[in-house]
Design a protein around this ligand. Structure first.
Ligand code: AMP
Ligand code: MG
Length: 352
């Protein structure tokens, strides 16, 4: 299949430029498109065949459900049985925006879109291109991240081309995304809302609106054998670079010393290694390593924005091992650490 690449200038475009993309969606085809979180791989949420095509294009297991993207609140009542009070409050506070709510689905949403679950994950994105595409398509758009299964999510159209060229009808190039990590997912079907995946809408922000919000234990550690995570995607290997990634945690000076020691040992053993640092620490690492700076600790959203691109870049450097500094599990740091831990296969070194 020939994948058409369409450039859209987010500052200055009209819906007409998305007509062909909308037609592809309505006809059961697939379009990768920018959102504020990461690029999405979209298909008609009402069409089970489109869901199957999404799983096939990504190489994703079909029990890993898709997020349904809507443009307005009318779109919500079309697909969910009822809107719990907690959902209404969160929607009022954070929609449109980088938050996904899990609710009971109506029968019009096919089982294949929800991986067989009787719930559906719904998000109203704020990105203007994403919103226009949903509007022009005239149907809600089911979209997981637009990456091949197991690879880091895509934050530029170039990443989508790397992963999906020749496998889908169209890629909309709207430039780099704003946030860089996937949406916060909250399950609002139970008595106590539960955070299933941390994101830019932080746990602290959710609690400000709702009071109590519990955390799915799958967020912090590897799933124990036989345990079913509430967000099925949490059980799969994710974001993994080709090299072995280790997160080094602890007091900043000791982390830097430890990473330098590990790099020196790699060099002595004839291995190539790389370091993921921050603006604050970049000069602390010696010159014989591939150094990449993910952002500044003064504004962790910069780290979120660059993380996936950096993990992808390392695949092109041919390093055997990567060492990354870690972050505290607060604010957006919780989302960054959740993705880093998964990318590292939970390989974490504590120094003190
Ligand atoms: P992605 O955006 O590629 O990370 O994929 C969508 C994520 O949403 C996956 O991790 C899914 O497990 C999660 N998800 C989608 N639908 C549901 C649902 N009904 N219940 C819980 N999690 C869901
Ligand atoms: Mg994904």
């Amino acid at each position: 299949m020939q994948t058409k690449i369409v450039k859209i200038n987010r500052e200055n475009f009209t819906d007409i430029q998305l007509n062909e993309a909308g037609e592809i969606i309505r006809d059961g085809g697939l379009v990768a498109f920018p959102t504020e979180t990461v690029y999405g791989l979209g298909g008609n949420a009402f069409d089970p065949e489109a869901a199957s095509k999404i799983y096939a294009a990504k190489g994703r297991p079909s029990d890993n459900p898709l997020i349904v993207h809507i443009a307005d609140m009318d779109g919500l009542s079309e697909i969910v049985e009822n809107v719990p009070e907690s959902a209404a409050k969160l929607a009022a506070a954070f929609w449109p925006g980088p938050m996904t709510l899990v609710m009971r689905k109506k029968p019009v949403v096919p089982d294949r879109t929800t991986g067989g679950l009787d719930t559906v994950a719904v998000r109203m994105p704020v990105d203007e291109i994403a919103r226009a595409l949903i509007r022009v398509s005239g149907v809600p758009i089911a979209a997981p991240s637009a990456n091949r299964s197991g690879r880091p999510s895509t934050t530029t159209a170039q990443h989508c081309i790397e992963d999906l060229d020749g496998r889908i009808e169209m890629i909309i190039d709207g430039g780099s995304v704003d946030i860089g990590l996937e949406s916060t997912i909250v399950d609002v079907t139970g008595d106590i809302p539960m955070l299933l995946r941390p994101g830019a809408i932080t746990l602290e922000m959710l609690r400000d609106v709702l009071g109590r919000v519990d955390i799915d234990p799958a967020i912090l550690g590897p799933m124990a054998e036989g345990v079913r995570p509430k967000a099925p995607g949490m059980k799969y290997k994710h974001y993994a670079p080709k090299a072995e990634l280790t997160i080094v945690m602890g007091e900043p000076d000791k982390v830097r010393d430890k990473i330098n020691e590990l790099v020196a040992a790699d060099i002595a053993a004839g291995r190539k290694s790389g370091v993921i640092a921050t603006l604050e620490s970049r000069n602390a690492y010696h010159g014989q390593t591939t150094l990449k700076v993910m952002g500044t600790r003064n504004d962790e959203s910069t780290v979120a924005r660059n993380l996936f691109a950096i993990l992808r870049e390392f695949d092109e450097t041919g390093v055997d091992r990567i060492y990354s500094e870690g972050f505290e599990d607060t604010g957006i740091g919780r989302a960054i650490m959740n993705r880093l831990r998964k990318a590292a296969g939970y390989s974490i070194l504590e120094v003190d």
